[in-house]
Design a protein around this ligand. Structure first.
Ligand code: UD1
Length: 367
């Protein structure tokens, strides 16, 4: 009898929040006999601080293909990924395409795979903010509609998919792969790593991140957030690693003066950033991933948005969704600092989610 052909699994990464999700999945699949793994980097992010350092730190193999798409409007960026990724799929003939999260590269790769009738596994499926003004929400909805394996991080995600009519057998509750990566690197995350660049001591400090277009592309909203940050900065040092989009808006809107007392840094690598957050008194953010990481670290988080696609971080974790009005952020800060944190870990955020992803994938490929 001829040997069964080995199966090809193509993993897609492209933007900063992808690397820490793919890394544990590739590692968990590595010992699987008969599976050839191929890593595609779309290049949606390209700076060393936004992409390169993560590839190096997270034990990811060198990508087999770099698509080099770079920045652009949503249509341009999505289309560029699609054109280049289609060629890769025709050459590699994958048996499964694995996409993670909700960035433009996730959507683009899913559209290409679906049209070529290649099965898709979506890691972090089912999250919904209910806010279609968020580009990520469109990416989530379409990717989930196209995917064959919907690997969910939390029970609310299962409920969202079922409510949209997704067949139950496509949904696999596996837990949160980002927390696998966090647990793996937590021991290395010490303040000594960053103290030479960031002047924080043993006294409490806050960490701020902002990059959502809805927050930083609007001068009024951005200004209102920074007004609250000045109040926080009067209480404790605020460390602010600045995303490139945010850096340009600060300049364009001439808001730098509002940042008096705030410690600005370039975007940090994965372990440096974890070192900073793991030792912080509080985080203020509009990121999705940081809401989860703060919950995993047991550190209070204020989400500077009107909604969240990660409600388990509020119901179980340390997160409060406070919006973008200065008074509400300040209220949230005061409450969070006086209330303490009595959080529990959301179900299956146990550091073993990628192993469950690998089991589902192996079973799917052996059908
Ligand atoms: C993207 C994702 C968002 C994710 C975020 C993490 C989409 C729709 N958005 O948003 O979900 O939370 O990444 O950072 O996929 N730039 C650089 N260097 C880089 C990358 C970007 O300078 O390496 C600058 C460019 O000016 C670019 C801007 O940042 O135009 C925004 O980058 P882009 O990839 O369009 O979106 P993000 O805001 O990073």
């Amino acid at each position: 009898m001829p040997h069964a052909r080995s199966k090809t699994v193509v993993h897609v990464i492209g933007a900063r929040p992808n690397y820490m999700k793919i890394a544990p999945v590739m590692e968990a699949l590595r010992p699987a006999p008969g599976i050839r793994q191929v890593l595609i980097n779309t290049g949606q992010h390209y700076d060393q601080s936004m992409a390169g350092s993560f590839l190096n730190e997270l034990d990811l193999p060198a990508p087999d293909h770099d698509l080099g798409v770079g920045s652009g409007s949503h249509a341009v960026q999505t289309a560029k990924v699609m054109i280049a990724f289609e060629e890769i799929c025709l050459a590699e003939r994958p048996d499964l395409v694995v996409v993670v999260g909700d960035v433009n590269s996730t959507l683009a790769a899913s559209l290409v795979a679906a049209k070529l009738v290649i099965p898709i596994a979506h890691v972090e499926a089912g999250l919904r903010s209910g806010d279609r003004a968020m580009p990520e929400e469109i990416n989530r909805i379409v990717t989930d509609r196209l995917a064959d394996l919907l690997l969910t991080p939390s029970r609310d995600a299962d409920a969202n998919l079922l409510a949209e009519g997704t067949p139950r057998e496509k949904i696999h509750f596996v837990g949160n792969v980002m927390i696998d990566t966090l647990r793996r690197h937590q021991r290395m995350a010490t303040l000594d790593r960053v103290r030479n660049r960031i002047p924080v001591g043993d006294a409490p400090y806050a960490v701020l991140t902002l990059h959502r277009p809805s927050n930083v592309d609007n001068r009024e909203t951005f200004g209102s957030i920074l007004q609250a940050i000045r109040v926080v900065a009067a209480t404790m040092p605020v460390v602010f690693p600045v995303h490139p989009r945010t850096r340009s808006r600060l300049r364009e809107f001439e808001l730098e003066a509002e940042l008096e007392g705030v410690i600005l840094t370039e975007p940090l690598g994965y372990i440096d950033f974890l070192s900073l957050t793991a030792n912080a008194a509080i985080m203020l953010t509009d990121s999705g991933g940081l809401q989860e990481e703060s919950t995993a670290l047991g550190i209070p988080c204020l989400t500077l948005r009107e909604n969240t696609e990660r409600p388990a971080t509020v119901t179980d974790g340390t997160n409060r969704v406070v919006g973008t009005r200065a008074a509400d952020i300040i209220d949230g800060f005061t409450t969070a600092m006086s209330d303490g944190t009595a959080a529990r870990m959301p179900e299956l955020w146990d550091g073993h989610a990628a192993e469950r992803v690998a089991t589902v994938i192996r079973e799917f490929l052996s059908r």
